[in-house]
Design a protein around this ligand. Structure first.
Ligand code: 5RP
Length: 217
């Protein structure tokens, strides 16, 4: 199977977790694109979805799923999203698509976070994938210097603006031995909006697409 076929398979498996759910939180990325296509088959059964990005909003609307404001709904029963890396403790690196802040907000507001990945995303230690950090534009150089002090090599994702009108620094070569602590430290740098470590609020369930079957962890 190709990587995209694995993504499609794992996206289909996530439908099991949205049965009997009226409002679904929906992430961003190529794996989630498949999920939205499957979710479209349930559109008569769900009230709508809360979207984590403009791209996801556009796709949801295209397939006829109403997009709801998170402020207008209560806590969500389930949030489905992909990831760039998944650790043995279900800690994640996310934000390859630049939607990390809204993704983090929806994950925090959801009772269950179902993460859908192909097997290439499973790692022993987080950090081979450069950690995305969303930053207020005027803080770029200051935050970059602080990230260097933490041992990272920040690279400005040029020609990219987030849905919140901010910028992204992708931080290479971080040693992420304690993801919860590092998430807090980076959050505390003035000018940082959010970082792509999802460790304080990890995924509850990981669905892994690999070979013949989808593994649930
Ligand atoms: C977007 C994300 C995505 O979930 C992550 O980049 C994985 O994407 P894909 O499903 O395309 O591999 O965090 O901000």
């Amino acid at each position: 199977m190709t990587q995209d076929e694995l993504k499609q398979k794992v996206a289909e498996a996530a439908l099991h977790y949205v049965k009997d759910v009226s409002i679904v939180g929906v992430g961003t990325g190529s794996t989630v694109k498949h999920f939205i296509n499957y979710l479209a088959d349930l559109k008569g059964q769900i009230e709508g979805a809360v979207s984590s990005s403009e791209t996801t909003t556009e796709h949801l609307k295209k397939v006829g799923i109403p997009v709801l404001d998170l402020n207008a709904v209560g806590p969500l029963d389930v949030y489905v999203d992909g990831a760039d890396e998944v650790s043995p403790h279900n800690h994640l690196i996310k934000g390859g698509g630049g939607a990390l802040t809204r993704e983090k907000i929806i994950a925090a507001a959801s009772k269950q976070f179902v993460c859908i990945v192909d097997e290439s995303k499973i790692v022993d230690t987080l950090g081979a994938f450069a950690l995305p950090v969303e930053i207020i534009p005027m803080a770029r150089s200051y935050v970059a210097r602080e990230l260097v002090k933490l041992g990272g090599q920040p690279v400005w994702r040029e020609d990219f603006v987030t849905d919140n009108h901010n910028i992204i620094l992708d931080v290479h070569n971080l040693s992420i031995l304690d993801p919860i602590e590092l998430e807090k430290i980076i959050n505390n740098i003035t000018g940082v909006v959010a970082n792509g470590l999802f460790a304080m609020r990890p995924a509850d369930i990981i669905l892994i697409g690999g070979g013949a079957e989808v593994i649930t962890r």
